[in-house]
Design a protein around this ligand. Structure first.
Ligand SMILES: [Fe+2]
Ligand SMILES: [Fe+2]
Ligand SMILES: [Fe+2]
Length: 428
């Protein structure tokens, strides 16, 4: 049996996306529901294609973690909302199995008369997504939105006539607006998304994409997660864990800071020691991780993820658990988390060297805070572990650096397109 099922991944993604911003709760879900219904009324698409487009639409605002465009996005007139469209595109293209469909997200706010000039193979779907998105924004902004007027006023300019016709037809057949207004669309969407079926490697990719997309808000956090997973994997290999234990340790490490989605960037990146109040907010990330994961992931993985700040003497958080209440994989992640923090650069410190790191963890172990067996293993194999960690993480860090670079290039090109309306080459 798969350790994490496709259904669980879809639910974790849905729950996490709903935490981006209160104003965007269920937005991605409603938009993908509308698109699904529009496509279901058309000939020429297989069920698998419709499902892939629907799932892509669910993720359309995944880039919104990074920037401050949310205010603009929920107003009708979208002036410059390229930032989140580009990040969403890059996440899908370089971190997900949906690389082929990433352009749909890139162009989801582009007006039809501009989109038309790009000759993108996904121009039509991006245009449908744009209309679905704007209809939902209308529904969010008013109890009684004039959807008729919206589609009529902008048909052929902002939205293609084809998209407008597809929406009208689908609304007549499926009563989209009614189901959204009374909330019954969610149950139907659950049934639609239940058909999604990922391989184990796709599951790993989606979870990584989700974590990295959250971590992109803070460079230090993204490095931290990548490094923690690798350190935990390397220690696990050397401590005679079973294959199952290594696997749950890996996923627990990958998901351990997912709750940081709710931590303000000013705290994640504070170039100084946190105040007591800020520290309490920071500590909340553990509870938020629990909130996101608890219904969708097996207890073994959940407990590894949410216990990484517990200490053997009961002085850790959030539950103040003690040595005998913690399992070996949980103790290993706690040590891996500390090593990753010590060997990484932070806004308030440079990376520590081997000697300092070993001194700190040896002292923590002697003081009864962290697992002596794990610390013994790290001390014994430190160079070997860190050599492998560097090799494993380098590839991921390159992808991260590359995404940042591509973002800058693509932004320049697309913003100039917005002004001039000329056809450009979007492949950078
Ligand atoms: Fe958007
Ligand atoms: Fe949106
Ligand atoms: Fe943490």
């Amino acid at each position: 049996m798969d350790i994490i099922s496709s259904k669980n991944v879809v639910n974790i993604i849905r729950k996490t996306l709903n935490l981006i911003d209160d104003r965007l709760i269920h937005h991605g879900e409603r938009v993908c529901y509308i698109l699904h219904k529009m496509l279901s009324c058309e000939n020429g698409y297989t069920n698998d294609q419709i499902l892939s487009y629907t799932f892509t639409a669910l993720l359309h605002d995944i880039g919104a973690y990074k920037n401050e465009e949310l205010d603009k996005m929920i107003q009708f007139e979208t002036i410059n909302v390229w930032g989140h469209s580009i990040y969403g595109y890059l996440f899908l293209k370089y971190l997900s199995p949906l690389d082929d469909l990433a352009e749909i997200v890139l162009y989801h706010h582009l007006d039809y008369y501009k989109l038309n000039k790009l000759n993108s193979p996904f121009g039509k779907i991006a245009g449908y997504l744009n209309l679905a998105d704007r209809i939902d924004v209308c529904l969010m902004n008013s109890d009684n939105p004039d959807i008729e007027k919206l589609v009529k006023d902008y048909s052929g300019v902002k939205f293609s006539q084809e998209a407008v016709a597809a929406f009208k037809r689908a609304d007549e057949v499926f009563h989209i607006i009614k189901h959204i207004k009374n909330g019954s669309y969610l149950e139907e969407l659950n049934r639609i998304l239940e058909k999604v079926n990922f391989s184990q490697s796709e599951i790993e990719m989606y979870l990584k994409m989700l974590i990295y997309s959250i971590d992109f808000r803070s460079e230090y956090t993204v490095m931290h997660t990548i490094t923690t997973v690798s350190v935990a994997d390397e220690i696990g290999k050397r401590m005679n864990l079973t294959e199952y234990e290594r696997s749950i340790l890996h996923y627990g490490a990958l998901l351990h800071d997912i709750g940081k989605i709710s931590t303000p960037i000013s705290i994640l990146e504070a170039p100084r020691k946190l105040t007591d109040e800020e520290m309490n907010i920071m500590k909340n990330h553990v509870l938020m991780s629990e909130h996101i994961l608890k219904d969708y992931i097996q207890p073994d993985i959940l407990e590894i993820a949410v216990r990484h700040h517990e200490k053997l003497d009961g002085s850790g958080y959030y539950r103040g658990l003690k040595n005998e209440q913690l399992t070996l994989p949980q103790k290993i992640l706690a040590v891996a988390d500390i090593i990753s923090a010590l060997c990484g650069k932070r806004s308030y410190k440079e990376p520590f060297n081997k000697e300092t790191i070993l001194n700190i963890i040896t002292k923590d172990s002697a003081n009864g805070k962290i697992c002596p067996k794990t610390v013994g293993c790290v001390t014994c194999y430190y160079d070997e572990i860190m050599d492998n960690v560097n090799k494993n993480t380098n590839k991921q860090l390159h992808i991260y650096a590359d995404i940042k670079l591509k973002y800058g290039n693509l932004y320049k090109k697309l913003v100039s397109l917005d002004l001039s309306g000329k056809v450009i080459n979007y492949n950078v």
